[in-house]
Design a protein around this ligand. Structure first.
Ligand code: HEC
Ligand code: HEC
Length: 450
């Protein structure tokens, strides 16, 4: 049955690729002899995205797995049109500075934010090698303000709120995920960055690329509104309260299904991006366009980032490595578990990251709202990448299962099951749930080695 689902899926994906109008002359690969996805190949691809508007438009179209959701329609209607839409927005190179202990102290003493000491994030010089792109992208990831965020400022001012919502200081004295910056109207603001959701913590050590699973973004927004009395519609308030830690939705469309933040390990190997496989990732321009449009959309479409910054951000994302595995040696039971995995799991979890080709969400059987949602839906779910999966709880796209034991057990199918977000059966993804207890232990031992 499940393999029928896989076949159905490949039809869907071919449809998505057909949308890239194959009748027009293809844009030539400037480096056809290089190994695809190598550092040098990535650098050689940059001019296609940076300097060729026709290429960008085609890359956008090719990257949208379905053209029939809000995410796709917004971009098809506004991106890469050259004399209309987002190409007309002014570029913005923000002046900013990191939030560190000193700045937090002065905020807490009631002093205003100073514009002095804020520097442009980029000097305007296009990097020429991979290391240069990655260094620039690292700055964008940590310091490009996605938008002013009063609730983050509020949390910085109130230590108990910050602790409660997962905003915290790293060993080096900085606060990953927040930045002070000069907004486009010249006012000094606190803003959020990629690092808010994509830097995790092991004690005080920041782990770049790990989902911040204790970040309660909805609660951070609510705390600010409750304290300050700034009005908020009851539905919105209820929605924010329901997100819980590790789940968020920063796109400002009408998506009502916040999803688990994902780890960013070895993104070069993921042929589809996001859990509903909203993006097809056959070329790095797909990721650069995702980031360019995310940044301009989050900033209320007032400005756009220079494309060099979006490309640099993609290069930085490709450079992120997972922390060293905690498992010293592969045990005998993990070896047996590997055989179980080959038999029961690897037809879907098949690529180098343990992810694989998306399949019809009805075949997987998990909560289908995200997959069929109007916002970013494709009808598909991607088999989750499994790198460091032992540290990636809670599981599934909506983060409802607390442990691998729960995922691979039958107890979760009962109506009185207590899951991360409440009480009720967590259905779908039945693979492995009928294993004998010893086999399950072996399989989990194997998953811990990934
Ligand atoms: C408020 C939290 C939040 C912020 C801020 C944020 N993200 Fe994410 N990010 C998410 C969530 C949630 C997902 C999972 C989306 C999904 O699966 O639909 C995600 C997914 C991704 C993915 C897809 C990874 C994959 O395996 O498919 C990439 C890449 C990414 N984010 C990069 C970034 C970058 C770069 C920034 C800064 C410009 C950023 N994110 C800012 C929450 C956030
Ligand atoms: C028919 C395809 C298919 C098979 C077979 C399959 N999976 Fe999955 N797996 C998926 C999909 C799709 C998802 C994402 C579902 C979702 O998020 O709703 C997933 C998600 C997961 C996750 C969640 C990871 C996370 O970070 O949230 C784990 C763990 C996992 N699978 C392990 C396994 C194991 C172990 C097996 C074998 C016993 C297995 N899978 C068999 C398709 C499959």
């Amino acid at each position: 049955m499940a393999s029928a689902g896989c076949e159905q899926r490949s039809e869907r994906v071919e449809l998505g690729q057909a949308a890239a109008s194959p009748t027009e002359a293809p844009h030539e690969d400037p480096s056809p002899t290089m190994e695809r996805w190598s550092d040098d190949w990535l650098v050689a691809q940059a001019p296609l995205y940076l300097d060729d508007p026709g290429f960008r438009r085609k890359a956008l179209e090719a990257s949208l797995t379905s053209h029939d959701n809000i995410y796709a329609r917004t971009r098809l209607g506004s991106y890469g049109l050259q004399s209309a839409g987002w190409d007309m927005l002014p570029q913005w190179v923000p002046r900013q500075r990191v939030v560190d202990a000193q700045l937090v102290d002065s905020l807490r003493r009631g002093e205003g934010l100073e514009l002095t000491g804020m520097k442009p994030i980029w000097d305007g010089v296009r990097p020429s090698d991979y290391a240069g792109w990655v260094a620039l992208g690292r700055a964008v990831f940590h310091r490009y303000p996605l938008r002013p965020e009063m609730s983050a400022r509020y949390a910085l001012l109130h230590p108990e709120v910050a602790a409660d919502v997962g905003l915290r200081e790293a060993k080096d004295g900085t606060w990953p995920g927040v930045v002070a910056f000069a907004d486009i109207d010249g006012s000094a603001q606190i803003g959020i960055t990629c690092a808010l959701c994509h830097v995790g913590f092991d004690g005080q050590s920041a782990i770049v690329g790990q989902a911040r699973r204790d970040l309660d973004y909805g609660r951070m927004l609510l705390a600010y509104h409750e304290e300050t009395g700034v009005p908020l519609s009851p539905e919105l308030a209820q929605r924010m309260a329901s997100w819980g830690p590790g789940r968020a939705d920063i796109t400002q469309d009408d998506d009502e299904d916040p999803v688990a933040i994902v780890d960013l390990w070895h993104l070069r190997n993921n042929r589809f991006l996001t859990q509903a496989a909203t993006l097809t990732h056959e070329h790095p321009a797909a990721l650069a366009i995702r980031q360019e449009t995310q940044i301009l959309h989050t900033n209320l479409e007032r400005t756009r980032p220079p494309r060099e910054l979006a490309w640099a951000l993609a290069m930085f994302l490709y450079s992120i490595e997972p922390p060293r595995s905690q498992v010293a040696a592969v045990s005998v039971s993990a070896e047996r578990g590997r055989a179980q995995f080959e038999r029961r799991c690897s037809r879907c979890h098949s690529d180098a990251n343990g992810g694989g080709a998306p399949l019809d969400a009805r075949t997987v059987g998990t909560d289908a709202r995200l997959a069929f949602g109007r916002a970013r839906g494709t009808g598909l779910y991607r088999p989750s990448p499994l790198i460091r999966v032992a540290e990636a709880a809670p599981y599934l796209h909506d983060g409802t299962l607390a442990s691998l034991e729960d995922l691979l057990g039958e107890a979760r199918l009962r109506p009185d099951y207590e899951h991360v977000g409440g009480i009720g059966a967590v259905v779908g993804h039945r693979y492995g749930t009928t294993l004998a207890p010893g086999e399950r232990t072996d399989l989990i031992d194997y998953l811990r080695t990934l």
